[in-house]
Design a protein around this ligand. Structure first.
Ligand SMILES: Cc1cc2nc3c(=O)[nH]c(=O)nc-3n(C[C@H](O)[C@H](O)[C@H](O)COP(=O)(O)OP(=O)(O)OC[C@H]3O[C@@H](n4cnc5c(N)ncnc54)[C@H](O)[C@@H]3O)c2cc1C
Length: 483
């Protein structure tokens, strides 16, 4: 996107600069003879002034296009889009994602102006030599096609809300019915729209259910106006917290007949969806960045369970066949059971590192951690929680917590911080050690490193993968996603 924006800016500067600083001055300073002979037919008589040229249809459309593009460009910069710049009211409305999103739709006016600009082209008289519309036709058709497809697809996909839970850490979980035509891979995301919050806004969220589940789910962290409004809306329909449920608000089909309407559009591809082509997975999620990996972990476990069931049923059938051969004693050739085509899973191990700042986040993630720990009888998935808001590991103040935590874990098998069987560490993970260990443990393996979170860590992980690839036989492939 940034490359395209930079290319458009350079193109505009060269094009406009050429007209304003070169063509126009040359035209107005041309000798009368030359003007009459070469340019009069196109520019009329008397010879136009510089202002006349700027005020003509070519000039006006050109200036307007530059103004609209400058607005869209400015509001799309990180400062404005991510609210990094703080403006006083009412100018604060021109910062934030919505201002960026709506101002980018000025492109429709810019395209109309561009076609007019191309139609009033000087010096070119034959219509098919005025080629501007031809350059626009293909991208406009593609764009319109995609919008129409999305419009129809999303219109059909009204889903029924099955369950809602609002956790104290500010995360809202929505579980909804899965439309029959909706097929997706773990790691993918979809757009969600809630007409009661805004009839036009579609927001992307990673799908946290697994493809084998008969429902769809998303986990939504409160961030800006839309997610906060959504939480407010659902808080009103939720039941008050049940004693012992740590302030969790809930609602489901059984308790509430009329949950707000929700529309979905998707699924859309994301980097994590190709996880199944790797021998080993290293999944790293920061905070809410764990969401694409929840589905992957569940899918991995579902597939392992399925494969084990398949293997069991094949071995049971072959045992039964052997018994029948022995008892009938009619033939000496072993009666082979037709071997079922087993779907083999390439991924043998997954390591999941979840790093979060607030202990409150454990509430929404607890269910997932427990589910994974319970299903994972063969220890295929190794989970690590890192809580970074507490003192660094080794700090005297955290020593006490670590001791109590270790005692409780040994006694009850439950971590006191996360409330699950997964142990919590207090600090940032030492990524070099993590990757080096994986490299020596899984020699010659192809390890997919999937990261979802802030850009800073992406750089560090990508660099480490590169360095380790130069040294050993294990191959790390890095993929990242930022929300
Ligand atoms: C592929 C993808 C997957 C995501 N998955 C999750 C998830 O599983 N859980 C979760 O809590 N969040 C997820 N997000 C982020 C989520 O979309 C935003 O937090 C949410 O849209 C914020 O909206 P807002 O109006 O409340 O906040 P705002 O303050 O308006 O926006 C905050 C930031 O969110 C992003 N954003 C806002 N609106 C949109 C939009 N319509 N389309 C795209 N980006 C937008 C922008 O980067 C913006 O700077 C995902 C984002 C992407 C791109």
């Amino acid at each position: 996107m940034q490359t395209i924006a930079a290319a458009i800016s350079i193109g505009v500067i060269l094009h406009v600069g050429n007209h304003l600083a070169c063509d126009f001055p040359r035209l107005i300073s041309s000798s009368n003879d030359k003007y009459k002979k070469l340019l009069k037919n196109d520019f009329g008589s008397p010879k136009p002034t510089y202002i006349d040229l700027v005020k003509g249809p070519e000039g006006v459309t050109g200036v307007l296009m530059v103004i609209f593009m400058a607005i869209a460009f400015t509001l799309a910069t990180r400062w404005f889009r991510r609210n990094l710049i703080k403006l006083p009211k009412p100018f604060d409305r021109i910062t934030g994602f919505n201002a960026f999103w709506y101002s980018h739709h000025l492109f429709v006016i810019v395209y109309v102006l561009l076609i007019i600009h191309g139609e009033f082209l000087y010096l070119v008289h034959i219509w098919y030599r005025r080629t501007t519309w031809m350059y626009l036709a293909v991208p406009v058709l593609l764009y319109a096609g995609e919008r129409i497809l999305r419009f129809f697809r999303s219109g059909f996909s009204t889903v029924r809300l099955l369950k809602v839970a609002i956790y104290p850490g500010g995360v809202l979980t929505l579980q909804m019915s899965k439309p029959p035509q909706f097929r997706y891979k773990s790691g993918q995301y979809m757009f969600v729209q809630c007409p009661a919050v805004s009839p036009f806004e579609w927001h992307p969220f990673s799908i946290t259910s697994a493809p084998g589940d008969d429902y769809l789910s998303v986990h939504i962290r409160q961030l800006g106006d839309w997610t906060q409004a959504l939480k407010r809306l659902f808080s009103e329909v939720c039941e008050p917290p049940v004693a012992g449920k740590s302030g969790l608000l809930r609602a489901d089909e059984a308790t509430k007949k009329s949950l707000p309407k929700l529309l979905i559009d998707g699924p859309y591809g994301a980097p994590a969806q190709d996880y199944s082509k790797y021998d080993v997975l290293l999944l790293v999620g920061l905070g809410i960045g764990a969401t694409p990996f929840i589905s992957i972990l569940k899918d991995l476990l579902n597939n392992i369970v399925k494969m084990e069931e398949q293997a069991d049923s094949v071995s049971d059938a072959s045992k039964a066949a052997d018994v029948s051969v022995a008892s009938s004693n009619e033939s000496t050739t072993p009666n082979r059971v037709p071997s079922k085509r087993k779907k083999t899973l390439k991924t043998t191990n997954a390591y999941f590192y979840w790093v979060t700042r607030e202990q409150g986040s454990f509430d929404w993630f607890k269910g997932v951690m427990n589910e994974v720990a319970e299903l994972d009888q063969r220890g295929v998935i190794e989970m690590h929680n890192y809580l970074t808001s507490v003192y660094e590991e080794g700090d005297a103040r955290s020593a006490l917590i670590t001791m109590v935590q270790a005692l409780n874990h040994a006694k009850n098998g439950v971590d006191i911080v996360s409330g699950t069987r997964v142990r919590t560490h207090f600090a940032r993970p030492k990524w070099k050690n993590v990757l080096s260990k994986l490299s020596s443990k899984h020699c010659n393996a192809r390890i997919g490193v999937f990261y979802c979170g802030a850009p800073v860590l992406a750089k560090e992980l990508s660099k480490l993968c590169y360095e380790l690839n130069q040294k050993g036989s294990t191959k790390f492939e890095f993929h990242k996603e930022h929300f």
